[in-house]
Design a protein around this ligand. Structure first.
Ligand SMILES: Cc1cc2nc3c(=O)[nH]c(=O)nc-3n(C[C@H](O)[C@H](O)[C@H](O)COP(=O)(O)O)c2cc1C
Length: 312
């Protein structure tokens, strides 16, 4: 069975959501992206980093994802995070398309500077005993699709695993992920390659594996409001029947996630952060648009629970 990863998603893949995905069959998780420089310069008790780096003991293997462009900062951050003993891998972000990230030459901007990207991998490798993985795209834009030589350079620099999102930076998240282009990367290197992009069901998982020949799959948006996707894919790939959870279980799961979040960050933050999750859990259900609007005005967990239960 190929390994199933929960793809890192900023503002989403916190410890509460990850634990839920692990419970439904996810094999590997990654934290939200963390700025190497920000982490190094933040006072020790800065809440942002405390939350970003928190993990539940019941979670499965978890990599911490770093972004940055200075090999020295990335290496130092990797060393410190390794010392905590909390993480089982260091993942380097070379795929984020956001302007504030690429503006600082980080994220997918690193795909325009292969020597720098390779230096980063080398330096990080020297400063951790943990496996070092890289999350990359197909290139900067249609005219600069350099995923194959880039992947080879990272492999030579010591990368232990690559996750390839089948889009260019210019595509952001639009258009179809190009699994054939991921296959070319898989064929070009001998380290494990994980395919990512548009895997949203058992059938798309099977197709992505068959086209790419990859060693595993990373699922991002397909897990939103649907942590069961990992069980669905595992059942599908092993030829077993899969029954989606009844909607009552979906609502119970959403409420349990909200409760765990409230215990962790307090009710007020939890209600704010859970709004998007409630929208994903209830998408396409009758009357859900109205309930979602009412949820944005709710000031207590009990109120939200009552509103969600009206959908049943
Ligand atoms: C809201 C959001 C946040 C994301 N944050 C990150 C991130 O922090 N690090 C990263 O490497 N990729 C990030 N991604 C990209 C995903 O990991 C993934 O590569 C992309 O969504 C394509 O996979 P999918 O089609 O399964 O969603 C993010 C994607 C979304 C939608």
């Amino acid at each position: 069975m190929p390994a199933l990863y929960l793809a890192p998603m900023a503002g989403i893949t916190d410890q509460v959501f990850r634990r839920l995905c692990f419970a439904k069959g996810c094999d590997y998780g990654t934290t939200e992206m963390v700025s190497a420089q920000g982490f190094l310069t933040a006072p020790k008790d800065r809440n942002a980093y405390r939350f970003l780096l928190a993990r539940f003991p019941e979670e499965g293997p978890l990599s911490v994802q770093l972004f940055g462009s200075e090999p020295g900062f990335l290496a130092q951050a990797a060393a410190r995070l390794t010392e905590t003993g909390v993480f089982s891998g260091i993942d380097l972000n070379m795929g984020c398309p956001a302007q504030k990230v690429v503006g600082g030459q980080s994220g997918s901007a690193l795909m325009k500077d292969t020597p720098l990207a390779a230096r980063i991998v080398e330096q990080v490798k020297k400063n951790t005993h943990l496996p070092v993985s890289v999350k990359m795209r197909l290139g900067w834009d249609d005219e600069h699709k350099n995923a194959v030589p880039f992947a080879k350079a990272l492999e030579n620099a010591g990368a232990d695993l690559l996750t390839v999102h089948g889009r260019t930076r210019a595509q952001q998240y639009a258009g179809r992920a190009d699994w054939e282009a991921i296959a070319q990367v898989k064929r070009a290197v001998s380290i494990p390659v994980i395919a990512n992009g548009d895997i949203v069901s058992g059938e798309t998982a099977r197709q992505a594996l068959s086209v790419t020949g990859c060693d595993g799959l990373a699922i991002g948006r397909g897990a939103l409001g649907n942590p069961w996707i990992f069980s669905e894919i595992k059942a599908y790939l092993s030829g077993e029947a899969y029954t989606p959870p009844p909607f009552s279980e979906v609502i119970d799961t959403a409420l349990a996630q909200a409760r765990d979040m409230a215990e962790w960050k307090g009710e007020k933050s939890a209600l704010l952060e859970m709004r998007k999750h409630f929208a994903w859990y209830t998408a396409g259900r009758r009357n859900s648009a109205l309930v979602r609007t009412k949820i944005t005005l709710a000031s207590s967990f009990d109120e939200v629970e009552a509103l969600l239960r009206t959908l049943l």
